[in-house]
Design a protein around this ligand. Structure first.
Ligand code: ADP
Length: 606
């Protein structure tokens, strides 16, 4: 917001002031010249009039002064009194002996017949000048004139006239006063007019200034009123057009930014944009998530630090490289995220490099799958090579002549058969797994009584133990209620077979195997515990991995392929359940299978 302009600083005031000052200067100059001229004219004309009148009087007095003294004094007196009107203070007549013969001053009548006491009149020389009257302090005009004899050759006396010139000056100053008052009134009126005129200029300017402020603050709602078609009117019109343009481009910009924002935030890849120095300016949610660092901390940070690659790359290499880079990030859960980062320069049309864009793609899963695939191929090759080499050596021995030996030959053939069977079993297991992986063996669901199904499996094992003369005992702890579940019975039987088999395989003869069947709120849990060798803690989770075996030699000797639990896990996961193991090394292991279970209302199958 622009600060408020003081009235004295405003254009409004300045324009009015210029008007008034111009007027003042012209009035002053005109006034000065006028008053001077007026004064000159007034005073000169007064003096001229006075001079000519005095001359005339002197001529008139000449006759009287030369006549008989007693008569003439009265006539003189009459003449001077009739002459001494309004502007004349005193008229005095002195004869050639310096005796006052007449004066118009009523208070001075006593000087008549006395010696003249006015110095100016003593020598009868003509004098015309202005002086200050000692008594009244006013300016007076003194006029001394010789009175000549009628023949005109002798000076017979003097005439002294003191007239009031002050009143002329006063007239002039009165006129000056009137002029001054008039000019003051004119000034006041013109000030008012100037203010009004200035206002018509500054009002639209003020409105424009306010509108410009609003536009600067992003408020485009106001429209300027166009006063007339002059320059200011056109300016206001242009301003209105301008603010519409600004609004339009602002809106376009906003829309563009929103679009960019929503594209960025809905992208499945992380995007980071930096400035020329590699400082992060934009980072989308996905990138923040992938990198596991909050956005506030990321903006402004160097991209090298953010990605943790400051030791491997320089900004220059990223800018020039164009290549993709693999970055491994350790996230909070101690899991590694592998990101593929593609870098590209942001270039202006001028070729100026204004920054860098980095697209992050989460390839953790891909990398893991790739690693697993490689491991799997190597595992399969390895698993097949062992039985094949042993078969080959037996077959070689037979071919070398052992086939003729009736004692060795059947034994060797038998071993070869066992190895071949083992390979077939493994291949079958692998095919099973692969079918399940590619969803090619859909579950064939049936509503089954789980209690019966588990019982059936256990009974089969009990019979097998009996027939093989072994001493395992199988203990059952089942819930009283029958549990009906939608499952694929063949596959669940396969899982249970595998778990029971493992329990027997990995525990000594004579041990007890406990099978439990229990229900929780919305799951049923089957557990199979043995009293065998157990599984080391670090391996408990890994026993479900393909080909994983705690003790390879022993497992193989027992005919295991390392795929049983992997298949079991697939089956249970397909059913929406979970499988896990708990084990104490040397004491025994428990394998749990949990399946989702919803109790059927009314239990009509009971
Ligand atoms: P295998 O055919 O080798 O038994 P599995 O996938 O069934 O393959 O089992 C994987 C590994 O898990 C076994 O090699 C064994 O080391 C371990 N294991 C499985 N069940 C048990 C158990 N009940 N007690 C101890 N170890 C077990």
């Amino acid at each position: 917001m622009g600060k408020k302009i003081k009235f004295f600083q405003s254009v409004h005031f300045k324009i009015a002031m210029v008007f008034v000052l111009l007027l003042l200067i012209s009035v002053e100059i005109i006034g000065a010249i006028f008053i001077r001229e007026l004064e000159k004219n007034t005073i000169t004309s007064f003096e001229d009039t006075m001079n000519s009148q005095v001359e005339l009087l002197a001529a008139n007095l000449s006759g009287e002064l030369s006549a008989n003294e007693a008569e003439s004094d009265a006539a003189l007196k009459r003449m001077v009194i009739s002459f001494a009107k309004n502007d004349i203070f005193e008229v005095r007549v002195v004869d050639d002996k310096g005796i006052v013969r007449a004066t118009s001053d009523v208070n001075q009548q006593s000087v008549i017949g006395q010696k003249n006491d006015i110095a100016a009149l003593n020598d009868f020389t003509e004098k015309r000048h202005e002086e200050e009257d000692k008594d009244s302090g006013r300016r007076v005009y003194i006029n001394v004139q010789q009175i000549k004899s009628q023949t005109g050759d002798a000076v017979i006396g003097g005439l002294y006239v003191k007239s009031d010139i002050e009143s002329r000056y006063n007239e002039v100053s009165d006129t000056a006063m009137i002029f001054f008052t008039a000019s003051m009134i004119a000034m006041a009126i013109s000030l008012g007019v100037a203010m009004l005129v200035a206002r018509t200029i500054t009002k639209p300017i003020g409105e424009m200034q306010q509108q410009a402020q609003r536009v600067a603050q992003g408020d485009y709602s106001g429209v300027l009123e166009v006063h007339g078609q002059d320059e200011l009117g056109q300016l206001a019109q242009t301003f209105n057009e301008l603010s519409v343009r600004v609004e339009d481009s602002q809106e376009t910009l906003e829309a563009e930014r929103h679009r960019l924002d929503s594209v960025l935030s809905h992208m499945t890849d992380g995007v980071i944009a930096t400035d020329r120095r590699g400082k992060v300016i934009i980072i989308n949610d996905k990138a923040t998530m992938l990198l596991g660092s909050p956005e506030e901390n990321s903006v402004g940070k160097s991209i090298l630090d953010l990605l943790g690659i400051q030791e491997d790359y320089t900004l220059r290499e990223l800018l020039e490289g164009h290549s993709e880079k693999m970055i491994t990030i350790d996230n909070l859960k101690d899991e590694q995220t592998v990101l593929q980062a593609d870098f590209a320069m942001i270039r202006r049309e001028s070729g100026f490099i204004s920054g860098l864009v980095c697209v992050l793609h989460d390839v953790t899963e891909q990398e893991k799958n790739e690693r697993e695939r490689r491991e799997f191929v190597s595992n399969v090759s390895h698993e097949l090579r062992t039985p094949l080499t042993s078969m080959r050596s037996y077959l070689e021995a037979l071919a070398d002549g052992a086939w003729e030996d009736p004692k060795i030959a059947p034994k060797f053939l038998n071993v070869s058969l066992v190895e071949a069977d083992r390979m077939i079993k493994m291949i079958n297991d692998l095919l099973n797994l692969s079918r399940m992986d590619s969803q090619r063996s859909p579950l064939e669901l049936e509503l089954v009584n789980l209690n019966e199904l588990v019982n059936y499996v256990i009974e089969r094992f009990e019979m097998m133990i009996k027939s093989e003369n072994r001493n395992y005992t199988i203990k059952k702890e089942f819930t009283q209620r029958s549990i009906w579940l939608d499952i694929d019975p063949d596959k669940i039987i396969q899982v249970l077979d595998n778990l029971m088999n493992n329990a027997l395989k990995y525990s000594p003869d004579g041990g007890q195997i406990t099978c439990r069947l229990l229900e929780t709120h919305n799951n049923v849990i089957i557990s199979i515990s043995d009293q065998g060798m157990g599984i080391p803690k670090k391996d408990v989770r890994r026993v479900f991995d393909r080909f994983f075996r705690v003790d390879k030699a022993r497992s193989r000797a027992m005919g295991g392929s390392g795929l049983g639990l992997a298949i079991s896990k697939e089956v249970i996961t397909d059913h929406g359940g979970t499988i896990w193991a708990e084990s104490v090394e040397g004491k025994g292991s428990t394998f749990y299978v949990s399946l989702p279970y919803e109790e059927i209302e009314g239990d009509e199958w009971d």
